[in-house]
Ligand binder design. Structure first.
Ligand code: PGA
Length: 254
């Protein structure tokens, strides 16, 4: 696993966006896995800038998102559909037909999860998957205790996750209790993983992910099994790491 510590969130975001952009330039039909939450917002801002100012072309790209709440319509401003269109998709030239986000309003959620997996497979698998990390160590909505081999499915949100995400809702009672999420097994099949974290509240989860044992109690630790995973953190999120990690190698220092 490659661990890169950057001084600021801005630099974390620029490096992550630069890596995704590089991927897309090499493979215009890339299958890109995106994430929601506060963490990737800077990366999306930079991807939008690269599109506008440097012509980064998403017209052939295919996207898959990690997760979605169950029971929120696509136009609800807390749905991950809404988030992705507001914060990235409407600002770039990705085709709507090439965007995939789990549908938390599907009438047959189990079937929808199977079909989501099939769609990823039919597109040749994920080339690169961007990940945030929960303060409880989750990736996507794979909460502590999730099977390390899990696939896209219905999950119950951890109470810690509901508390963390309550800041986006009027009250914690409005935070959904259930979600659809790609599984850890699904995520591990991506060609490349890029996990981002910023802020001191992520420091413990980052330390356990990078230096702790692989355990379902810290779902993100499963990325230790991945042959091509890069963890990019800012200084605050690196605060509990006990080994020394380099900054980005010069060739990646975007
Ligand atoms: P955050 O969430 O980026 O809003 O901190 C990350 C996550 O829960 O995966």
């Amino acid at each position: 696993m490659e661990v890169i510590v950057k001084p600021t969130y801005d630099e974390v975001s620029k490096l992550a966006a630069g890596m995704i952009a590089e991927f897309l330039r090499c493979k215009p039909r890339a299958v890109l896995g995106f994430a929601t939450g506060s963490t990737p917002l800077g990366t999306y801002k930079e991807l939008i800038r690269l599109h506008r100012e440097e012509g980064l072309d998403f017209s052939q790209a295919v996207t898959f998102n990690l997760d979605e709440y169950i029971g929120l319509p696509k136009d609800n401003d807390q749905s991950y559909h809404y988030f992705m269109w507001e914060n990235l998709f409407k600002h770039i030239n990705v085709l709507e037909a090439n965007v995939h986000i789990p549908d938390g309003m599907s009438e047959d959620l189990h079937r929808h999860c199977l079909e989501y997996e099939e769609e990823i497979f039919d597109h040749g698998g994920l080339d690169v998957q961007l990940l945030g990390i929960g303060s409880n160590g989750h990736i996507a909505f794979n909460e502590p205790g999730s099977s390390l081999g899990s696939r896209t499915r219905i999950k119950t949100l951890d109470e810690k996750t509901r508390q963390d995400n309550a800041r986006f809702f009027k009250s914690i009672d409005e935070v959904p209790r259930y979600c659809l999420t790609m599984g850890i097994g699904t995520i591990l099949e991506a060609e490349k993983l890029i996990l981002l974290a910023n802020g001191a509240n992520k420091a413990e989860a980052v330390q356990k992910t990078v230096e702790g044992p692989i355990t379902a109690s810290v779902p993100a630790s499963a990325i230790q099994l991945h042959p091509n995973a890069t963890v990019i953190v800012d200084k605050a999120a690196s605060g509990k790491l006990t080994r020394k990690y380099p900054g980005a190698p010069a060739m990646l220092d975007l």
